[in-house]
Design a protein around this ligand. Structure first.
Ligand SMILES: Cc1cc2nc3c(=O)[nH]c(=O)nc-3n(C[C@H](O)[C@H](O)[C@H](O)COP(=O)(O)OP(=O)(O)OC[C@H]3O[C@@H](n4cnc5c(N)ncnc54)[C@H](O)[C@@H]3O)c2cc1C
Length: 438
């Protein structure tokens, strides 16, 4: 394999490309001593819960251990879809059919909720519904995609097309895949701008946002209040919402940490490309992913200047610079046209996986929580933040389908995922068996 030592553009950064459009925010103002609601975690889930509570007249404080928005929400691929992970991701296997249809229904609702939110509140989030191509990695995967597509169309009402190998260049400037599936209804947004818009919206609603205020273990205080110790003082609150997803840790919320496995995901951004080249790589600026277990996810930047490419680069965790080389090799396997192009950014984010592959909202240790995106949370975690706030406010007619009593802890696990290399290695090995040499 070539060594790819000369791939870093001048000024290369190991921070998200999205931060060029909107950086996470620092706010070191003092914390209040009392609030109706403390939200732990300033991602999409936390901010949206905060806005809804504040608009209902509650005093709300959002805390983040780092800068506001420095978690997964400004590190993602920004792709948006409905029900896709649920229907084809294996999460619904073995679940009661009535619950399945409610989960799929709410997953569809989360996508509609996101689109309506952005449109009606005029959020500058760069949302474009350009479609998404799913490439068939192994030969047999084209047939699998056909089954998945039929299921998605039936369960979620999306418009699906299939392109065999001879026609796939209509969707992607590559002969790498064994055909693929195109869904018109999916798209993408700018994760950094969307987060900034949610921050501004939460502040306008009256919520107080504070960075560098890591919450510790929450305890019960006098008068039924919760005591939230933080790195910058203690807050007494009526309600606490924990929205820490892939950054959940045992030293703050041990019970949740035993149920969430943080998995790192990596992305790179190329330098600006000639417009003709980008249009050749991905016609009509669609989103692209594939059928590998260790899948790739890639897209043009919302301004149409460069390619953003994501995947897991290996079995073990590695630095942004090391990961960049591995991702570059994967990118060139699909688009050899990119040989010689330099990279301007490489970054890492942490998602939270759960045993049942489903996100969860609920209550544990007296705190509410919305966690467990399983790699798909731009729409869903925004929505689950909203549902958590509605639950506290008593606005729901019925509980969310994601609000289930059963939330299984990972056996022999206390928040440190020692077993991840084994699983990742197994997935990669099976991808290799499906398509040796790639
Ligand atoms: C590389 C990558 C690509 C992705 N691509 C997509 C995609 O294309 N489409 C999609 O739908 N999803 C995607 N995702 C997933 C998506 O980004 C997440 O589901 C979503 O952003 C989660 O939002 P959140 O609010 O739940 O958590 P986060 O945004 O991760 O926020 C959690 C916050 O909690 C804070 N925190 C943790 N512990 C404490 C504490 N004790 N005290 C105070 N603060 C604390 C953290 O600092 C963090 O800021 C991707 C994720 C990654 C990493």
């Amino acid at each position: 394999m070539p060594r790819f030592d000369d791939i870093y553009a001048e000024g290369f950064k190991d921070t998200p490309y999205w931060w060029e459009g909107a950086e996470p925010e620092t706010n070191l103002d003092p914390l209040p001593e009392h609030a109706d609601v403390v939200v732990v975690g300033s991602g999409y889930a936390g901010l949206n819960a905060a806005t809804h509570m504040a608009r209902a007249g509650r005093s709300v404080v959002v805390l983040d251990s780092d800068r506001l928005g420095s978690g997964c929400s400004t590190r993602s691929g920004g792709m948006v879809s409905s029900g896709q992970k649920l229907v084809v991701g294996g999460a619904i296997k073995g679940i009661d059919p009535a619950l399945i249809s409610r989960l799929i229904g709410e997953s569809n609702e989360s996508f509609d909720y996101l689109k309506t939110l952005i449109e009606t509140e005029n959020l500058d989030a760069g949302l474009k519904i350009t479609g998404r191509f799913f490439g068939a990695h192994a030969k047999g995967d084209f047939e699998t995609l056909k089954n998945h597509g039929a299921l998605l169309s039936e369960k979620t009402g999306v418009s699906v097309h299939f392109l065999d190998r001879d026609r796939q260049r209509e969707a992607i400037g590559s002969d790498y895949y064994n055909g693929g599936m195109l869904i018109d209804d999916y798209g993408g947004l700018h994760p950094g701008l969307y987060h900034k818009a949610l921050r501004e919206r939460a502040k306008a609603a009256g919520a107080i946002l504070r960075s560098h205020a890591r919450a510790g273990i929450i305890t019960d205080g006098p008068n039924g209040k919760k005591v939230v110790p933080t790195a910058r003082g203690t807050i007494h609150a009526t309600h606490v919402i924990v929205a820490t997803n892939g950054y959940t840790s045992a030293d703050a919320t041990p019970e949740l940490a035993r149920r969430l496995v943080p998995v790192k995901s990596y992305q790179i951004a190329t330098e600006p490309l000639p417009p003709d080249l980008l249009a050749e790589l991905i016609p009509l600026a669609r989103m692209v992913s594939d059928t590998r277990r260790d899948l790739i996810f890639t897209r043009p930047s919302p301004d149409g200047t460069r390619l953003i490419f994501g995947s897991r680069p290996g079995i073990f965790e590695m630095s942004e610079r090391q990961a960049a080389k591995r991702l570059y090799a994967r990118m060139l396997a699909i688009w050899p046209q990119l040989a010689g192009v330099k990279l301007t950014h490489s970054w890492i984010g942490s998602v939270a996986m759960t045993v049942d592959k489903l996100a969860h909202i609920g209550e544990r240790d007296g705190s509410h929580f919305a966690v467990g995106c399983n790699g798909n949370g731009v729409a869903l975690m925004t929505y689950l933040g909203y549902q958590t706030a509605r639950k506290i406010l008593g606005e729901q007619n019925m509980p969310s389908a994601f609000d289930r009593k059963k939330f299984t802890a990972v056996p022999f696990y206390n928040g440190k995922p020692w077993f991840l290399p084994v699983f990742t290695g197994w997935y990669r090995f099976r991808d290799f068996l499906d398509r040796p040499g790639r």
